[in-house]
Design a protein around this ligand. Sequence first.
Ligand SMILES: [Fe+2]
Ligand SMILES: [Fe+2]
Length: 531
Amino acid sequence: MDTPQMGIDARLAGRMSMAEQHEYLRSKVSRRRAVLGGLTAAGTVAASGLLGGTAHAAAPSPSLLTRPATDHGVSGALVAPFGRHLQFGSDPKTQFTISWQVPLAVRKPFVRIGLQPWSLSHKIDAEVRELHTPQLLNSKLPPVDQYYLHARLGGLRPGTTYYYGVGHDGFDPADSAAFATIGSFTTAPAHSERFTFTAFGDQGVSYHALANDALILGRNPAFHLHAGDICYADPDGSGQASDSADYDARTWDQFLAQTESVAARVPWMVTTGNHDMEAWYSPNGYGGQQARWTLPGDGFASRTQPGAYSFVYGNTAVVALDANDVSYEIPANYGLSGGGQTAWLDRTLAAYRKQRGIDFLVVFFHHCAYSTTNSHASDGGVQAEWVPVFEKYQVDLVINGHNHVYERTDAIRGGQVSHQVAIGDTTRPATDGTVYITAGGAGRSLYNFPAPDSYEGHENRVDTVTTWHSAKGGGKVTDLVHWSRVRYTGYSFISVDVEPARAGRESTLTVSAIAETGERIDHFTVARRAN
Ligand SMILES: [Fe+2]
Ligand SMILES: [Fe+2]
């Protein structure tokens, strides 16, 4: 066994790429521990260990702490699934993935679905993805085994509500004892109609996170966008090898249990932030994400960058990006795609802009194009690589996290205010430029601004804010900016009502920012002639 080091040596104090950190961690975890732990590559089916094995006795109630499976048997009837989370497939009209977790290894996991809760006539086998986390370098935390299950559903009917239950040998949601665990979801409509979606980033596990989740559920969104920094199993998020000392995989169990109340009904579409690079699992740090989530598979590189994908819902195309690939501020994965993701973004937006029936292009990712907080402010890499592409295709709304606040810009073009958008105003991206939202107040500790808060009912106009953006290779470049229109230091999320054009009028996105108290702190409208 390795002797724990007291600290990372000087060589490691410098920047290592995620791939170098992965290599380093793997070399430092003893071979003995890895073998004893039944090391399994992330994202692979561990059928022999899970389907053929048994697990040690546990309390019959669902445990939020994952325990390693042993040879001590426990009835499948006593292992309760938890952490259900839905995701769209490539086509939200016909494809969904149901994912969940079990605290112990189970046999033959499956999903039942049907058009009535008492008639779950279709049974679909689930894929098992086992994730083993050994005791990492400088960590005092125990090894952890986690069991994630995924069932991909295809051939669904558009605009239809399905009921589903998850189970395994000994636990059948069709049985009366497990009937209360049945959930539901609704596929995207075949034609454009009114819908609502919600979004935030930087959630973690907290009472504030729960409060936001409850408000989101009450809005009955068609889907939710999570702009990265999902659960903070890596609480440091510095993108450096020293992060492993505090990495706690069990935080994911808490997170998925917390999120289930919404995500069991609402597709929970995540992308990857700096805290979501987990060096142990794979060279790019996303092996854990690939075990825990099944995001739409037709993205730029769903196998290597699960946070980059797109889907269409009604008249709106949504594009998720992996901003770790372009971030100057936290460069552990800088250049991961070698420019490929940006080229994919260009192609994708070009195609959606031409596609009949698609009015709005919404892009979400983690690091901010435009924010003024004292913590991270704006990322120069995002500004250099992606903002020109957003402007080329007149993107209708950009949603970010990373800064733990709510902030909203005027319409911007070329880094300057192209159209002032006061609270309650309407803006037209086809001529006015793009509004950028930082919605990073989902649940983690809050940041602060260099200027006073200014939000609905508490407006405190400041025309110039002194802030900065991160420079390539490190450091900060000071900016005097005029685009910081709304600032709110509090827990919050956004809710967007999408209204397709009717009777020759424009299609609209009505964006509301909602505090965890339920109070509205901002609203404005994005309008575009229907395509
Ligand atoms: Fe964060
Ligand atoms: Fe972040």
